[in-house]
Structure formats: structure tokens, C-alpha cells
Design a protein around this ligand. Sequence first.
Ligand code: KG4
Ligand code: ZN
Length: 399
Amino acid sequence: MASSRNPAQTILAIETSCDETAIAIADFKRVPTAVGTRVRVLSHLISSQAKLHAAFGGVVPNLARREHEKNLAPMLMTALKEAKLKNRKRLTVGRNLHAILEREPMLLAQFRKSITPIDIPDIDTIAVTYGPGLAPALWTGVNFARALAHLWNKPLIPVNHMAGHLFSAFLQKSEKNDFQIANFKFPILALLVSGGHTELVLVKKPWQFRVIGETLDDAAGEAFDKVARILGLPYPGGPEIARLAEKGNPEAYPLPRPMLHTNDYNFSFSGLKTAVLYLVRDLSPYETRSHRADLAASFQAAAIEVLVKKTFRAAKEYKIKTILLGGGVAANNALRAALRAALKKEVPISDIRFPISDLCGDNALMIAAAAYFCGKKKSPKQTTLLRADANARLDINAS
Ligand code: KG4
Ligand code: ZN
């Protein structure tokens, strides 16, 4: 990619699509002599609400929104302190702050108390997740970012959350807090597996996303969470299932591999979850507890087999050079091992990349990276039109 398209930039990114409030400040700089882009992380904060939602067995959208409202301003202040950016004296106070935050009285009060009085930090752009995700949670982040862009007169980049997950696999640790993003080899195929989505995304050239397959019902992470609940495990269930499955026999229960042989790249996990439910119904609570590891391992093996086989079928068809894994379920070691094994056997010419474990779940550094490489800046004036979109699609409304 030409450096003129990607001049050095300091980006402040905000992510509130689900139950993590995240803020990152990072410097992106292309290094022409080296292999790609250097990312200096100045601050990288994530506040998880998982414990709060665990009591309800899943994420409660309005509770998530309230937590984001509480967290955003204090986290921004911490991020700015950590980043130690130069400041510029603010000359005018953004007059429309009240209008932008009219539905966010808590944010408005926090803005007035802590953000309005400070000088403008030396950032180039603000990036924010506009969707997909939970509408009330997204709106809080979008309104917060719009108010900041207005107050500081900075351009705003709306970022698709799934584009963020896609870029997370490119962020490889270099030294201390820094990352490096190697030059991209196209075509790219990304398997994005999170709590809300399961998608196979084809990227033939920068940065045209085409979703070639997706789940027709439950997302992969959602299936892990629901099966965990059936087995009496706490939320979020993905890590619990993964931990138990290590001790279980993946062949103990012959479970279905939904849509494995269909002539497309779509997925379905709801029937698999129901198959586990029926199995457990026929067991006594004691039997379920004592066979939990085998049940978890059998479910996980079925889900992984479909994900991996369909990914590699697509990789062959589209002559993929780089396979990426992203989303919360990317933390699953058995899935990574199965993808690596398939790569050795089936498509040895491709390169495969996994996000470091800190970046599998929701975070704002991945949003900053997506903004840097494929974001479309909105001028401070245009930001008034920016809306959250709970159902935003990567291919139609790509960031
Ligand atoms: O990407 P993410 O943090 O949030 C969404 O955008 O949805 O993904 C969260 C999902 C949850 O369903 C969680 O159970 C799942 O990722 N997850 C895992 C693992 N760690 C998190 N699923 C399987 N194995 C894991 N190790
Ligand atoms: Zn996510």
C-alpha cells in the first residue's frame, strides 16, 4: 500500500459494541524499508462487564449501556494521561455538545466536569465502532465520539466491528508495548467467530470485504455459551467449554456437523446446540456432571470441524494467500490447532495468522488498526449524521 494513502497518524479509538468498554490511543507509521507498519501503543484500556452480566446468564443491553456511560469519560482521562500527548490550548468551546448528548445526561455531565476543561490532545483522528452490536451500547460510544470530535474539531472514522476483528490478527507484538503489521498478501480469507457473528470474509484487494458465508442462526460463540449453560457452566461459556474439553473425549458422543456438506460457506449451530440439549435431557443431573468434559469435547469437536473444513474449502476455491482468525472464539486453542493442522495438509501455500490472546475479544486497538487502513474520515461537520447501526454489514456498509 502506498505510504501517501497511509500517512503517520495518531488515532484515538473507542469500542462499546457489547459488554466491553475499550479505549486505545496508538501511533501508526509505515516503515518503507521494513516489512510494514509500526504501531506504537500509547494506551490500551479494556473494562469488561462480564462479571456483571454473568448474574443474568448473558449480556443485558441497557445494563451494558449504563456501564459504558459510567466508564467512558474516566477511561478517556486515564488513556490521555498514559499517552502523554502534547496538548493544544482550546480556543472555542463546542457549542452543540448539549444537542449531541441530549439523550446521554450522564455523559453530558461527565463531559462538562472532566473533558470540556482540558486542552486538546495532539491526536489526528477519532475512530469509533458504529456496528454491528447491541444498539444501546453502540449509541453510547458513537455519541461520546461525536461529542469529542465536535469539541476538539477532529475528523471521525466510523469502524465496522467485524473489520476490527479482522485486523486484530495482523497486529503482531514487536517490542514492549509496540506492534507491527506486516504487509498484506491478498487474497485474504478471514474466519470471524464471535459471540454475535460467524462469518467467512473474502478480501481480494484493499479493502473490499465480501461476506461469502455466515451463520444462519446462532453464532459460534453463542453456541459455546448456550451449551455451557446447558451443562451448568457460568457465562461466558466459551472459555469454560474449552477448559473442560481438554480433559474430555471428543468422540464420546456422535454429534451432528450441521451444513458440513452444503454447497455454500454458510454455517448453522442451533441444531448442534439442540442435539446437546437432547443428550443432556436423557441423563440424570449426576450423569451430566460426571460426563461434562466428554460432552464439552464432543460439542467443541463438532463445531470446530465444520468451521475448519468450510474455511479450507473456501481457501482452496479462492486461492487464498492469507487466512486470518478473529473474534472471541479465536482464543480457542483447539480451533487454532485444527486450523494449523489443516493448513499443513491442505493449503501449504497460505499463511495463517491468529490474534494474540489479548486481542481476541473486543478491544479498541483493533478498531484503531481498521480505521488506519480502511477507514473513511468524516469531517467534523459530517459527524452529526453518524448513527449507530446494530445490524451493520461488513460488505455493504464497510468502514
Ligand atoms: O468477540 P467477542 O469478545 O464479543 C463479540 O463481539 O461477540 O466474543 C465473545 C465470545 C463469547 O461467546 C465467548 O464465549 C467466546 O467468544 N469465547 C470463546 C473462548 N473465549 C471466548 N469460545 C470458545 N473458546 C474460547 N476459548
Ligand atoms: Zn466482537
